[in-house]
Write a protein that binds this ligand. Structure first.
Ligand SMILES: [Zn+2]
Length: 63
């Protein structure tokens, strides 16, 4: 079983790092949803009245 090439990864909208798990959040008054990695969503949540958590995105595995 190989792990490479099968997983569809998304990029963090903040730092651009790819991850198989991202957090769907709103971070400003535009009410736009962005996908952030764990690190960035932690920073975004801090002191942010616009922060809304919308769930977790995970790369889907085929089986
Ligand atoms: Zn990030």
């Amino acid at each position: 079983m190989t792990k490479t090439g099968r997983l569809r990864e998304k990029q963090c909208d903040e730092c651009g790092e790819t991850s198989s798990v991202l957090y769907r959040v709103q971070r400003d008054s535009s009410l736009e949803w962005v996908f952030l990695c764990l690190t960035c969503q932690g920073k975004t949540a801090l002191d942010n009245p616009h922060y809304v958590y919308g769930g977790t995105w995970k790369a889907q595995k085929r089986h």
